[in-house]
Design a protein around this ligand. Structure first.
Ligand code: 1Q0
Length: 215
């Protein structure tokens, strides 16, 4: 069994998103960004096997990014800005069709970035929800306003079925391992602005470099 220290705590995960902001929020450290994602995946794994198709894809993408970080050009992948500069200037990104660089850092990170928008919307809905709110509804609303726009019908359908397996709002709050519902709401209020900053910075960078539609 997990010891108390091993138990997932959402506060720590969200803090990773704070610690990945650099230079007055004008850059993001890839390593800490991935640490945040790994924590989220750990959380998702506690929700049951229904979500394993989601966590598998997230793990694959985290792994692709970690391999770049560990590779010969790892220093170029230290921040999002340096990754984008390096890959674009070296023609290492497939811009219209996946071909010679099907798993570029830019396209892989874009998938995580879109998922981060879902997370931001979902946690904000949880934070402001009433005690009797249905998590499946909150989750699917957040999904429909974000990730669903990039997913084909079959994934949308599978996701919408999986959402019914989500635990209740109270159980969710307990698994977060932060404290009473009031404390969770307070923690989310403090931590979510950091997730938003990371999201906004990435979005701006991708808009500037015209990278939002990478195949
Ligand atoms: C809490 C419930 C989790 C619900 C997650 C919502 C997303 C569901 C749909 C995801 C389908 C993923 C299947 C694969 C999709 C790929 O095709 C797609 C595109 O990639 P590619 O290479 O085919 O172009 N991949 C993605 O869009 C990336 C999806 C990654 C999703 C990661 C979501 C992880 C979220 C974890 C957070 C756990 C919950 C934290 C809440 C804390 C509150 C206690």
């Amino acid at each position: 069994m997990d010891s108390a220290e091993d138990k997932f705590c959402l506060r720590e995960v969200l803090v990773s998103f704070k610690s990945c902001l650099l230079n007055d929020d004008k850059d993001v450290l890839v390593e800490h960004y991935l640490t945040g994602w790994k924590g989220l995946v750990r959380f998702m794994n506690t929700l049951g096997t229904v979500f394993s198709f989601v966590s598998k894809d997230a793990v694959t993408k985290i792994q692709i990014m970690e391999n770049y970080l560990k590779g010969d050009n790892g220093e170029r992948y230290r921040t999002l800005r340096s990754m984008v500069e390096y890959e674009l200037s070296g023609n290492l990104v497939d811009l219209t069709k996946r071909s010679s660089h099907p798993d570029s850092g830019c396209r892989t990170l874009l998938r995580l970035h879109r998922a981060l928008r879902w997370l931001q919307l979902f946690l904000e809905k949880l934070r402001t929800s009433s005690e009797d709110s249905k998590t499946s509804t909150l989750c699917s609303e957040a999904y429909n306003d974000s990730l669903a726009n990039y997913h084909p019908w079959l994934i949308r359908k599978t996701a919408s079925v999986a959402f019914f397996a989500l635990p209740t709002r109270n159980t969710f709050f307990e698994v977060m391992n932060v404290g009473s519902p009031d404390v969770v709401v307070e923690m989310l209020g403090e931590a979510l602005p950091y997730v938003s900053k990371v999201y906004d910075f990435t979005q701006e960078l991708y808009v500037q470099r015209n990278l939002l539609d990478l195949p």
